[in-house]
Every structure is written in C-alpha cells, then in structure tokens.
Design a protein around this ligand. Structure first.
Ligand SMILES: Cc1cc2nc3c(=O)[nH]c(=O)nc-3n(C[C@H](O)[C@H](O)[C@H](O)COP(=O)(O)O)c2cc1C
Length: 211
C-alpha cells in the first residue's frame, strides 16, 4: 500500500507513523518550575542527537509544562525508564496543572541532581542532567509552524545506579529499557548482539567515526 499521510491514513483506522518509527526510547523529563514546583513527564519523541558534546532532544506537542520550566530555568533531567518504572512513568503522564508535582501524583521519590536544580527520579537506573541549548518550534516542509516544540539539551552530568554497572559497562539487559511503539504498544529490549563496522584497508588513514 501507499498513501500520503497529509491526506488520510490510507484506509487504516489509525496512523501507522509512530509504529513505523519504533521502538523509541522514553525520555522521562524532570524539571522545576520558576516557582520551584517539581515536574515529571514522559516524552517518546526523545533521543540522543550527538555525542561529545553529549546532546539529547525531545519534542512537545504544544507548549507543555516541561518546556515552560526549561525555558524558565534552562535545566532538565532525563530519567531512564527501566522495567520497574512502568507504572510510575505512566502515572506521571497525567495532564495536570503546573502547580501539581507528578512526583507526588505518581508516588515517586525525588533525588537531588548535582549540576542542576531540577530533581531526578531516585529509583531510575540512570539519569542525564542537562542544560538547555535550544528551544524552537518545528516548521513543516513548507515553513509552516507545526505547534510542536523541540528542546535540545547538553548532558552535563550522568547518574548511574552502580547496580547496573557490569564489567565497566551499563548493563541495559538488567535495567530493561521500556520503549514506545505505535498505538498503545510498548516494548521491552529484545535479544542483544554485537556487530563491528567494516574497516576497509583504504579507510585506514581516515578518521574512525563513531556510531
Ligand atoms: C510513553 C509516553 C510518551 C509520551 N510522549 C510524548 C511526546 O513525545 N510529546 C508530547 O508532547 N507528549 C508526550 N506524552 C504525553 C505527555 O507525557 C503528557 O502530555 C504530560 O502531561 C506532559 O506533562 P508536562 O505538561 O508536565 O510537560 C507521552 C506520554 C506517554 C505516556
């Protein structure tokens, strides 16, 4: 089948777009408002976008509390959603006003960050402390405003629960990242395997790229 998603869903009951760009990691974004209220919300339009400097992004459909808090304070943390965090993550997605802390709503304990004033989720296997680099409204291919706002941040601190360090590496299999698929579907990490990139003789004098 083929269809133009600007027109319709090609006869399908729901748009398959998010199922086609999946699995997506969930950025569980914690912030503090200008008034000092802690805020927590999951964002699956989230990913790493660069390393050295380590940069992440998330995008918000509309100007949500997380974005406003980051505009106001310049800081946020991305908490890792491990398999034990599913209920708390979902509870924190409730659409409540900026005066309500989703930490309280979801019954989640906060921990202090080191480099930023925003809190983090104490029980999360890991968290990235970030300073905002840019917030902008995404434009479509015709230059029209989309109503979606992208936040890009630089990682200035990394917390990892020592229980998830094994042989000097972060043990993703133990932490169990929860991923977002399409529709109301979520996924767990499947089988892991290692793969090394080819290194051709003629590329020996070229710089080795990461990734
Ligand atoms: C797994 C999951 C992923 C989500 N991803 C996004 C997203 O990428 N962008 C978005 O705008 N909302 C997303 N939401 C909805 C927000 O979490 C929800 O609107 C939340 O109330 C926003 O909180 P805030 O206003 O405190 O920032 C997601 C919800 C869930 C449960």
């Amino acid at each position: 089948m083929f269809f133009d998603p600007r027109q319709d869903n090609g006869g399908l009951p729901h748009s398959p777009f998010k199922a086609l760009v999946a699995p997506r990691p969930i950025g569980w974004i914690s912030t503090r408002s200008a008034e000092g209220v802690a805020n927590l919300a999951p964002y699956s339009f989230f990913n790493a976008v660069a390393s050295r400097p380590d940069m992440v992004m998330f995008s918000s459909a509309g100007w949500k509390d997380s974005v406003e808090n980051i505009r106001a304070t310049g800081e946020f943390a991305c908490n890792y959603v491990g398999r034990d965090m599913i209920a708390g993550m979902n509870a924190s997605s409730a659409e409540v006003g900026p005066q309500v802390s989703e930490f309280d709503l979801a019954g989640l304990e906060m921990a202090e960050c080191r480099m930023i004033a925003a809190p983090r989720v104490k029980a999360a296997p890991a968290a990235l402390e970030c300073r905002v680099a840019k917030i902008f409204e995404i434009e479509d291919a015709d230059g029209n405003a989309s109503g979606h706002f992208m936040v890009i941040g630089q990682v200035v601190g990394i917390h990892i629960d020592d229980a998830y360090i094994r042989n000097g590496r972060f043990d993703a299999a133990a932490a169990g990242p929860v991923t977002r698929l399409g529709y109301m579907d979520y996924g767990h990490l499947g089988e892991m395997f290692e793969l090394f990139r080819p290194r051709l003789p003629e590329s020996a004098d070229k710089p080795a790229h990461q990734g």
